[in-house]
Ligand binder design. Structure first.
Ligand code: PEP
Ligand code: MG
Length: 749
């Protein structure tokens, strides 16, 4: 049985290779292939269906069906048996096709006389390209050997389709990676950009698909797998003991690399005639097809691991590294499945946009994209498979949409949008030096959020009056080991120098939850967002907190110092953290080091509880800053990272705005300076609502300052306050509609 399978598939593959080597292109080549397969398998019909677009399959070549139906017969994904093979990416083998569920015959093809049907998907790395079908009059199920042979042949056809082997000027056939595709994801950072694809992990190109000497090829595969195992072991040795997630992934790699089943299946493919590379890709394609059907996140992760491992093996076998020698395009838009913050920073300002197949709004990469002020779209399914280096692409960070190879109409519409955004940006730039005040002259201080040195130049360009939130954890997250005090002190000193006398609010380490430092031990937590994070870690691990406070004190060196503690839930936490700072200042004084000229100590209000703290807390704190991202997640019990719920509740709901008013009142009563530094402060309508609720300090991403200021200058806070009261009185849930109507009526600047 096995022997026959080997000869069946080897014979088919060899003949396929010979057919491909003949001087023919496009349609002629496809016609020869279906003829060859039908003869070789001694079957009445062989047909190739390819995707015209993502939803429609087209009969592109046939031996046995009515030739007139070629390029005429089309079916939708899921329609009939062919459509079923395509949709499920699995084989259909039946002796009695008409009695199969979903069977639907196409009268123009004349296929009603054929009883047996065998269809296999033509797919490459999870990308569906078409279906290869054989049919026969006689009612017989195709044997395992024949199924296998056809499957292996489909794999080679997939590679050839990818390489454009079946297209020529006279082929009315869509080539993969040529037609426009729109993919919807989630917005990670607003803005629109047009440019060309730059793949973070360029795909490996496999050109030799068929082998002549299975023994030598198996040897080559085994040598490659051995090198892979050694490299995974090396990675494991080098990985930090405390980075559990990273180690888990590497352990999974090791398990797969040592899996006998994996190796055996690849060897079997080689025995059947595939090259070592093609055998790896066959496994990889099947894993990707499974991935699309598996909802369980753990299993999906493992299948991703297998995918990564296959890529490594392919690179070993082909000798193709990441550096393919390709020239980075003029306006690169980075496409990656996922990317670490450090790697993204390395690309830095070169990039015009970032598109991630996975990623999340709160990921570190998203934070860096925000700092670089480039549009980011996350959760873009299939983009790393669909996009090729150099493809034209439009990233719409406002809508969370990506247009790959856009047609002229879409591109023109976006160019208009980009021009309008540029014009608006120019208008906003003209406001840069004007203080933000409403029509009655009530001022709002406009501050910016920052986290890396690259942010600081925006201080001048945006017209920010200072840095209202400096997220210090980014410096920790970008490294492989704990930074030294002297490095941190030098960095903070550079930040203060760049701020040139403007106030910088340094927030102490906000780690835990999604922000994980690979070198710090961290317990497994059932719900990390509500777990051991931020000031809770700082108070329990005083060594790290003290080191950071010392660095801040030394950096301020005679200048004013402003320190803010994150996620303070109770007064006692604030008292303890503040004590630590004051003690460090005393210690520095003892050591004879210069002290800050003055010190302000504040707390972030990110849990509802702090709004109900005793008056003594508000009196002790020099300032309070509302961390709206966290506060909103805890107020509504809606995880800010969970796509299913994160947009569910409106910031402009009267419940939330009333709560903000309460915080404003408590701060006013106690004479405490109050600001708002969550992302909502950078959304003009939300910012206006906050001003109406009494907030007079907002801190936001630098690019948002212009648009927010533009709206504030046209508005009247007293009118907004009245709108809030009217909405409350009429029992509405949210004030959004009233506020949007109000803004529409405002005069343009
Ligand atoms: C917030 O929670 O609003 C905030 C500013 O902090 P972060 O987004 O860093 O948690
Ligand atoms: Mg927060």
């Amino acid at each position: 049985m096995q022997d026959r399978s080997e000869s069946e598939s080897r014979r088919l593959l060899r003949r396929l290779r010979d057919t491909l080597a003949e001087p023919a292109r496009g349609q002629e080549r496809l016609d020869r292939i279906v003829g060859m397969i039908a003869e070789s398998m001694r079957t009445d019909v062989c047909s190739i269906y390819l995707f015209r677009d993502r939803e429609t399959l087209e009969l592109c070549a046939t031996r046995g069906l009515n030739p007139e139906s070629v390029h005429r017969t089309r079916m939708r994904l899921g329609e009939g048996l062919v459509g079923r093979v395509a949709r499920t990416a699995s084989i259909v083998n039946t002796a009695d096709a008409p009695s199969e569920k979903g069977f639907r015959y196409m009268p123009e093809t004349g296929e009603e006389i054929y009883s047996s049907f065998l269809g296999v998907p033509i797919q490459r790395l999870g990308e569906k390209l078409g279906v290869l079908v054989v049919q026969a009059r006689e009612a017989r199920a195709y044997s395992d050997d024949e199924v296998y042979a056809l499957d292996v042949t489909a794999m080679v056809l997939a590679e050839m389709t990818e390489l454009g082997a079946f297209t020529s000027d006279d082929t009315p056939m869509a080539t993969p990676h040529k037609h426009p595709v729109m993919i919807r994801g989630g917005s990670g950072q607003e803005g629109t950009a047009e440019g060309q694809v730059w793949l973070h992990e360029p795909r490996v190109v496999v050109t030799n698909l068929v082998n002549d000497d299975p023994e030598a090829e198996c040897e080559r595969l085994r040598a490659g797998v051995e090198r892979l195992r050694v490299s995974v072991d090396d990675l494991l040795q080098a990985a930090s003991l405390s980075d559990k997630d990273h180690r888990d992934v590497l352990e999974a790699y090791r398990m797969f690399a040592n899996s006998r089943g994996w190796l055996r299946r690849m060897e079997q493919s080689i025995e059947s005639g595939l090259s070592a590379e093609a055998a790896v890709e066959k496994e990889q394609s099947e894993a990707r097809a499974r991935l699309q059907l598996v909802p369980d996140p753990y299993l999906r992760d493992r299948l991703h691991d297998l995918d990564d491992l296959s890529n490594r093996l392919l690179r070993i076998l082909t000798g193709q590294g990441r550096d393919t020698g390709a020239q980075m395009p003029d306006r690169p838009i980075l496409i990656a499945r996922n990317i670490g913050p450090g790697e993204l920073l390395e690309y830095g300002k070169l990039l015009k946009g970032v598109v991630l197949e996975e990623g999340s709004v709160g990921s570190h990469a998203a934070v860096v994209a925000r700092a670089l002020a480039i549009p980011l779209v996350v959760h873009v399914e299939g983009v790393t498979t669909e996009a090729l280096n150099g493809d034209s692409i439009i990233v719409d960070g406002d809508e969370g949409v990506v247009h790959l190879r856009p047609d002229a109409g879409v591109a023109a519409a976006f160019r208009d949008k980009i021009v309008m955004q540029t014009q608006a940006a120019e208008r906003f730039a003209a406001l840069r030096d004007r203080p933000a005040a409403d029509r009655n002259g009530t001022r709002v201080a406009m501050m910016m959020n920052a986290g890396i040195m690259a942010d600081l130049p925006s201080l001048k360009g945006s017209g920010a009056e200072g840095v209202g939130l400096f997220r210090t954890e980014l410096q920790f997250l970008l490294r492989n080991s704990m930074p030294r005090r002297s490095d941190l002190a030098a960095l903070y000193a550079r930040v203060l120098k760049a701020a040139d006398g403007k106030r910088v609010v340094f927030r102490t380490l906000d780690i835990g939850s999604d922000k994980v430092m690979p070198y710090m031990n961290r317990p497994e937590e059932p719900n990390p967002a509500m777990g051991w994070r931020a000031v809770r870690v700082g108070l329990d691990k005083k060594g790290v907190m003290r080191m950071q406070l010392q660095a801040l004190i030394r950096a301020s060196n005679g200048k004013p110092l402003t320190v803010m503690f994150p996620l303070v839930a109770e007064m006692s936490e604030f008292t303890a953290a503040r004590e630590l700072l004051l003690r460090e200042i005393e210690r520095e004084a003892h050591l004879g080091h210069p002290l800050p000229e003055k010190v302000e100590v504040g707390a972030m209000l990110e849990t509802p509880s702090l709004a109900f703290a005793p008056d003594a807390f508000f009196k002790m704190a020099d300032f309070v800053s509302i961390g709206g991202n966290d506060l909103k997640q805890f107020f509504y019990a809606a995880d800010r990272e969970n796509e299913l719920v994160r947009r569910r509740y409106d910031t402009l709901s009267l419940s939330f705005i009333t709560f903000i008013q309460k915080i404003v009142k408590r701060c006013e009563d106690n004479g405490t300076m109050l600001s708002f530094c969550g992302e909502d402060a950078g959304r003009p309508i939300e910012a206006l609502a906050f001003a109406g609720a009494g907030l007079r300090r907002l801190s936001m991403r630098p690019a948002a300052i212009g648009p927010v200021k533009d709206l504030i200058l046209r508005a009247d806070f007293a009118e907004v306050a009245q709108i809030i009261e009217d909405a409350k009185a009429s029992g509405e849930e949210t004030l959004r509609q009233r506020l949007v109507d109000y803004v529409r009526r405002l005069p343009i600047n």
